[in-house]
Design a protein around this ligand. Sequence first.
Ligand code: CUA
Length: 151
Amino acid sequence: RYEKIWLTVSSVLIIGFTLIVGYQAFAMDLGPPSDMETIDPQKVDSTAPFDEPGITQIGDKEYEVVMTLQAFSFTPRDLEFPEGSTVHFIMTSKDVVHGMQIAGTNFNAMITPGHVTRMTQTFDEAGDFLVICNEFCGTGHEMMSTEINIR
Ligand code: CUA
């Protein structure tokens, strides 16, 4: 009977998926990668480089942005770079989990308190890029946004 065969096949699949999910949850560390740089979230303001958030030009059309995220803002905000710039973001959160997504790009980072996230983005085209927090972080979450202007 075909029904028995399908029943057996689907049972095997369900058991298989359960084992895979179980393995991922327990055997692997589902938290942030354990080799991530850590930081005391209570002392962000006095820990380099976050004691001086801002933009530094480090090369020809190459910039480093030290950024803190906190409910409900990005510091610094309203960033501006010339067309073709490569921007290295170094980010941490001062309170809860935030996200940083740059609309129109593949840039999408989760910023967790206690960790330093580094990501690089090249802006080949001029435009105004909306930056939003995409992790629910409280009552002001919807207002947490800024812009990156490429000229
Ligand atoms: Cu920060 Cu949502």
